[in-house]
Design a protein around this ligand. Sequence first.
Ligand SMILES: [Mg+2]
Length: 303
Amino acid sequence: MPATPPHADAPAVPPALRRALAGVAAFVLDADGVLVMQGADLPGARAALETLRARGIPFRVATNYSSAHRSTLAARFRAAGLPVSEDRIVTAASATAALTAARYPGRPLFVITKPDGRREFEGQQLMGFDDADAPGARAAAVVIGDGEDDLSYANLDRAFRLIRGGAALLAMHRNPWWFTSRGPTLDSGGFVAALEYATGTRALICGKPGPIMFRAALAGLAADLGRRVAARDVAMVGDDPVQDIAGARRVGLRGILVLTGKTDAAAAAALENAAPSGVGARRSRAIPDAVAPSLADVVAALD
Ligand SMILES: [Mg+2]
């Protein structure tokens, strides 16, 4: 069948992007570097989300941002002009809370994160700092999130003892640092590593790039579609080759890298040019199925 000539003023869709979008049923979207940058919406993001909604293509926003409840994030998206409701968001905190609710119903949890992120665990048995100090205190799990000042020596020491007493170690994510108004800022990954080192255990990572969060997003998309959706029919759009692309591809999703965030065109080209035979599986998973300038370009390239 002859190819349809592109519209006179629309550039042709690159073949890799066309392939990456063929038959796609739904999207998982990263937030920072895809929809927003430093709290402001990225050009074309709002129109792209409106196009997806108009075409009945569901999406989930999957972000490791975990110090705020999803309702707070939805309000921030609204303030930036982006139509993203609370039930369309999966955070590292909400994915962790869903896991603890299913795995440890009614059992005590020692959760270190900021109060707004802690609201994700509403209805679960959260221990106070004093409870964790009680002689013989036991927890089903210790959860490390973006606790900032609550990631103190005293609390890590409490967490350490609970893990030695049999608690599982869960981490919302393992991010080493991130950008805040203070500039590059220490994140909670180093504290997770400290507890792993001291206890000789390995944390279960509930956020990206682990599979738990992508599976939570897939379950939400299946509910929207009213049917099971195969991971291969869902595309992740992200700006981080490891957290977004490799994480999504490990679960079977397609990975589309955009250049509106932490990866520039030169870095994306270097990734794409990496010879698959010469790199490890971990690195080859970080090679995206396609690269696009922005989410707006991805959505514009849908048939
Ligand atoms: Mg990002």
